[in-house]
Write a protein of this length. Structure first.
Length: 367
């Protein structure tokens, strides 16, 4: 079975994206700026890797209080999330460097996160970015657990009425699930859809790489600390789970409030498999920014508080999002299109929680 993608209409507001691309390209040309990373981004890469790996080194120090070991694992969780949001994310979008080999090299930090870079590119670049909030196509709103409902078009269960309370626990399980089972499930699913072959590799090669690097990851972050670290095996296993929970929770708290919010429209294709909207316009309706003035926060999350800009220009390094956001907002205004942006991160989380509660109803009402 090959994958049958939906299409977006080419008869609705197509001039918006043409105009926007012209203006954004002009910004980079007039200011003689590269669309990819600069020296500040390279520094950031090493800083976040240090935040992740420096505490790891201290796990081997002997005779420290148990609480200190847990503290190290907790900091590693923040570092792991930072590397994923700021470094791995840009590299897998081809936005880190003009040179493909550099993007490939940097994207391999995914090995340190316990996941498959190829699976991530399929789920994120091919599916999520192309079919944002389209049920049965965007895996980000098709959770593997029936206990979560992220789209009004997904099946409703009675337990969903409480999902705004318990979803956060499952968010914390995200990277652990990714590490243990999701990569394997995705590999078989993508094979059936022809998405693995489209990447230019065989299924066997893909599975070998997944298994091989997961064994390396398990050795580095579980076996070595257990056998050579300063704490006992129980402390290290619980610490590893703490790291995964912190990382998963942070990642979900950044990505979900960008799309699963009351302003989203969750488009559905018609019987001909066509979404009655221009692709770029659909991104505006189904994506939201948050905390645009929080500079340190934006630095840590890889500019992903500017989700509108990221979805419209995923191949541009996130260090430029703040500048081009003004161009995007002004152009959207001229074309009388929405530009959703929450003033603070807490506002975004609050609206996401409200949306989870609304989706807990059999027939949710969208804004």
């Amino acid at each position: 079975m090959t994958y049958a993608p939906v299409q977006f209409s080419k008869e609705h507001n197509t001039e918006f994206y043409k105009t926007l691309k012209t203006r954004v390209n002009a910004y980079f040309k007039e200011n003689n700026i590269s669309k990819t990373a600069n020296a500040a981004m390279v520094f950031k890469t090493f800083a976040l890797l240090a935040l992740f790996l420096t505490p790891y080194g201290f796990l081997y120090k002997q005779e420290m209080p148990t609480i200190v070991y847990y503290g190290l694992w907790l900091v590693m969780g923040f570092g792991m999330a930072g590397v994923g949001l700021s470094v791995m994310h840009d590299a897998n979008h081809g936005a880190y460097s003009r040179k493909e080999w550099v993007n490939t090299l940097v994207s391999n930090v995914m090995i340190l996160l316990g996941g498959s870079a190829r699976n991530w590119r399929i789920q994120h670049n091919v599916l999520h970015h192309t079919y944002t909030n389209v049920t049965d196509h965007d895996e980000d709103i098709d959770p593997p657990l029936f206990m979560l409902r992220f789209s009004p078009h997904s099946e409703h269960h009675a337990i969903h009425r409480f999902q705004h309370l318990y979803a956060w626990f499952f968010y914390g399980m995200m990277t652990l699930f990714w590490y243990l089972t999701k990569d394997y499930q995705q590999a078989f699913s993508y094979k059936k859809k022809g998405l693995i072959a489209a990447q230019g590799v065989t299924f066997g090669q893909h599975m070998f790489r997944i298994i091989f690097f997961k064994l390396i990851y398990t050795g580095i972050f579980l076996f070595l600390p257990i056998y050579f670290g300063g704490a006992g095996w129980i402390t290290n296993v619980l610490g590893f789970l703490l790291m995964q929970f912190i990382c998963g929770l942070i990642l979900a708290m950044i990505f979900q409030p960008a799309h699963v919010v009351p302003t989203s429209t969750f488009p559905m294709p018609n019987n001909s498999g066509v979404v009655e909207a221009d692709w770029a316009v659909s991104q505006l309706y189904n994506t939201a920014n948050f905390a645009p003035k929080a500079k340190l926060f934006s630095w840590y999350v890889g500019g992903l508080n500017y989700q509108v800009e990221h979805h419209l220009f995923p191949s541009i390094c996130h260090i430029h999002y703040n500048k081009i956001s003004k161009i995007v907002e002004q152009t959207a205004k001229e074309f009388q299109l929405p530009y959703h942006s929450y003033q603070t991160f807490l506002d975004a989380l609050s609206e996401h929680t409200r949306m989870l509660k609304e989706l807990g109803k059999p027939n949710p009402v969208l804004a």
